[in-house]
Design a protein around this ligand. Structure first.
Ligand code: PHE
Length: 371
């Protein structure tokens, strides 16, 4: 056997003996590296006579080319095998049970929100939504706030910078009531403009949960808070429907057979008559008890939808009536779960959340219980 044939045989054997890409790389360097055996042969060709070079040249170059191809093939095979081994070693067993430690929990406000939604859903209400950044029309004008009326300031409104082209000043919605307009709205606000069907046809039965904003901050107020709005529009709707719906809701929410409520006259521009709903309670001894005692606790605002609001939304007030209500979700959560101060609700302190938080896998439902 010639020296070249022996070299090729040795290198081929070494290549097959290499069982990792790192070992194969050593073989490659030993043959084709700077001072590798094949490289040395190639370099040595310059010292050969032209006749010898004509014979040896193709032999050495052929050896180099075959080795290069064989090394690449072997490398690909080893890499594939190494990948397979890694995939096998790093398998995740998805059937393993999750660790028992609870990592996250539902915030009391969101728990109360889910409970409220589940109670109203059972009563046949759908969920409606609107944007957090509202225009003046939906937040005020269509809700019968007169232009430049102090009521607009009364809400401690956060105004955005005016649009440089139109001068329009958007607001962070001060309540969820604009969703009433968005849900009912069947016309353009410009007189004589064609009807658009962005809203729903009555009868309407919706609640609108969401974030609301007012410049206010103390133990019972935060600049961002949550409300749930309710709206019912149909023919022949009256205060009796409102009273039953809200009393039934409050009893369900506090998990009582019934509540003793009173409806105290109030004023909202968008309802007539307007009322605040109070429930009987006892606060003595630092603990809140419902349905007993001589105190009354305000729970929500409500009333019959003002005819001007129906008109602004393109509904004929002679044909349609309805009632609306709005409640503070954070406040309801505080009452139900005995949370004395509103501010920690938004501190994002995980210890507080772990104490008051609720299971993320047990959604409240009428059948399974609320909380
Ligand atoms: N939007 C009122 C508020 O934020 C609540 C309300 C809603 C009152 C609907 C009446 C009817 O105070």
């Amino acid at each position: 056997m010639t020296d070249l044939a022996q070299l090729e045989l040795d290198l081929t054997n070494a290549m097959h003996a290499a069982d990792t890409t790192a070992a194969l790389e050593e073989v490659r360097v030993a043959a084709l590296g700077k001072s590798g055996s094949v490289t040395t042969l190639l370099k040595g060709m310059g010292a050969l006579s032209p006749d010898e070079r004509r014979i040896q040249g193709p032999l050495i170059n052929g050896l180099r080319d075959r080795l290069t191809v064989a090394l690449a093939d072997r490398k690909a095979a080893l890499e594939a095998a190494e990948l397979d081994a890694r995939l096998a070693a790093e398998t995740v067993d998805l059937s393993l049970p999750a660790p028992p430690r609870r990592k996250g929990s539902v915030h009391p406000t969101m728990q109360a929100m889910d409970e409220i939604v589940s109670i109203f859903a059972e009563m046949g209400f759908a969920v409606a939504e609107g944007p957090d950044i509202e225009d003046d029309f939906h937040n005020f004008t269509a809700l019968n706030f007169p232009p430049d009326h102090p009521a607009r300031e009364m809400h401690d409104t956060f105004f955005l910078k005016p649009d440089p082209e139109t001068g329009e000043r958007k607001v962070l919605r001060t309540h969820t009531s604009p969703v009433q307009i968005r849900t009912m709205h069947r016309t353009n606000d410009k007189p004589g403009a064609p009807w658009i069907a962005s809203g729903q046809e009555p009868p309407i039965r919706v609640i609108a949960p969401g974030r609301t904003f007012r410049k206010d901050s103390d133990a019972t107020h935060t600049p961002m808070f949550h409300q749930v709005e309710g709206l019912v529009i149909d023919r022949d709707i009256h205060m009796g429907h409102l009273k039953w719906t809200l009393e039934t809701f409050v009893a369900r929410f506090f998990e009582l057979d019934g509540v003793e409520a009173r409806f105290r006259p109030h004023h909202f521009p968008f309802t007539e008559p307007s009322a605040e709903m109070d429930i009987r309670c006892d606060r003595s001894g630092g603990e809140l008890k419902l349905n007993v005692g001589d105190s009354w606790m305000e729970i929500l605002g409500c009333g019959m939808v003002h005819p001007n609001v129906l008109s602004a939304a393109g509904l004929d007030p002679n044909e349609w009536q309805g009632f609306a209500f709005g409640m503070g979700v954070d406040r309801l959560a505080m009452l139900k779960y005995g949370i004395p101060d509103l501010r920690p609700m938004f501190d994002a302190d995980v210890r507080w959340l772990a104490h008051f938080g609720f299971s993320a896998v047990q959604a409240p439902s009428a059948a399974a219980g609320l909380s």
